[in-house]
Design a protein around this ligand. Sequence first.
Ligand SMILES: [Zn+2]
Ligand SMILES: [Zn+2]
Length: 138
Amino acid sequence: MSDLLERLRGRGWRMTSQRRVVAQVLDGDHVHLTADEVHARAAERLPEISRATVYNTLGELVSLGEVIEVATDGRAKRYDPNAHRPHQHLVCSGCGTVRDVHPARDPLADLPSEERFGFTVSTAEVTYRGLCPSCLLA
Ligand SMILES: [Zn+2]
Ligand SMILES: [Zn+2]
């Protein structure tokens, strides 16, 4: 589990019912939702929650470093609560399912110094693409 709610409580984040619902929607493993998906799911639990509140709360969680923004398909950004364990993404080209994966080697360490052009490199993002088991069968 990503323990997002627990982490936020631990930090003393002011927990209103609206913020709690957003955090609950994002809590869990392999969660990579667009802002609209977060809003739709939050509204199932709290029908009056506005899109603006969801967007503001997401922005706040990102600036706290508790949620990361992931661009997996060049379209809408996705919000990922797995913010404290470095990981890469496995994306299904058929249905868009996203999995958190941990390559055997650190992609950052894999870039040789002569390929760094003098840059101080701090992060690396790798997206593995293919078809998930259900899309393979379809
Ligand atoms: Zn698929
Ligand atoms: Zn992820």
